[in-house]
Write a new protein. Sequence first.
Length: 208
Amino acid sequence: MKVFVLIIIIVLSTATITIAQHRNPVQFSGVVVTSDSLKPIPYTNIIIKNTSRGTTADFNGFFSFVALEGDELIFSAIGFKKAYFKIPDTLTKDRYSLIQALTNDTIMLSETVIHPWPSKEQFKQAFITLRVPDDDYEIAMKNLAMEDLKFMIREFKMDGSMNYRNYIEQQVNRIYYAGQLPPNNLLNPFAWAQFIKAWQNGDFKRKD
């Protein structure tokens, strides 16, 4: 008799556990945002507690995956405090949506000071006694030679920034003089002065 009663108790307990463990799947979707400005938090991790199942939100903070009723979820993102949410186990539909807000988490790091030398005095002494190699100095002076710089100015084509500036100046002049004739440099004394100076420098000579 005792054995029979024990078997009945075990069967009823097993049935109760089976009923309690039966949970319906839910399409769980939502958006993760900041609590202060409601901006989306990209790439937030959403993990089901005590499991390795979950997903990661996209760049816009949106996520969607299949979970079970009663699952406890953990939301975590760098720079924010963790948030927890439990899916209700009394749902009448197989879908559930959520807007989860995360609070900023301020992390105070200790100050770290890095010096190139053990002390300021040693750095000052090393800087004063620094000797630049003669060959490096000669190379620098050669690169900055006035004749070479003038040659590069005359021969080298305009780069992207110079082309952009020239184009913008043309557009500004076109808009500025819209509906009227642009000024004639033939009567501009400054233009004549530049022309005479260029002529004296031989800028108009034919180059072989």
